[in-house]
Design a protein around this ligand. Structure first.
Ligand code: ZN
Length: 152
């Protein structure tokens, strides 16, 4: 495993649309393992492949002690609204308020190409939506009502 470099806003790769994954083999497993290690080190809640410079429809989320590896994800359903602060490993030192659905149903494939469905609520739903956006070149600042410097 290896720590990958996390691209920062302004990098054109973050604005590109990612491609569907067709390889569920060693190369994708390596990427997922690296992303996991990178996310743990960065102490984040989620990381999408384009953030490490790989334009593939893959993201991982780490919420409430649980890891989710999502490949070729699709949001099947969304319901309700929630408004809360959000930040991003590609927008260091800032946060912003974003409205997201409160519930979503996400379908994705695991690293072996097996499909699964997750019902997510609250922060988990927010994390999935945030990471999903990265796959289409969207960063939360595009949707935020405001973006502020973090006071640390
Ligand atoms: Zn992000």
């Amino acid at each position: 495993m290896a720590i990958r470099n996390i691209l920062q806003i302004g990098d054109p790769t973050l604005r590109k649309k990612s491609f569907e994954v067709t390889d569920f083999g060693e190369k994708t497993h390596q990427l997922l393992d690296d992303m996991k290690e990178t996310l743990i080190k960065a102490d984040g809640a989620g990381l999408a492949a384009p953030q490490v410079g790989v334009l593939r429809r893959i993201f991982i989320v780490y919420v409430d002690g649980k890891f989710y590896e999502c490949i070729n994800p699709v949001i099947l359903k969304q319901k309700g609204k929630q408004r809360d602060n959000e930040d991003c490993l590609s927008v260091k030192g800032k946060y912003g308020e974003v409205v997201r659905p409160n519930f979503i149903t996400l379908k994705a494939f695991d690293r072996y190409g097996k499909p699964f469905v997750v019902n997510a609520e609250g922060f988990l739903a927010r994390a999935f939506c945030h990471e999903y956006d990265h796959l289409d070149g969207i960063i939360y600042v595009d949707k935020a009502e405001f973006v502020r410097e973090e006071s640390r």
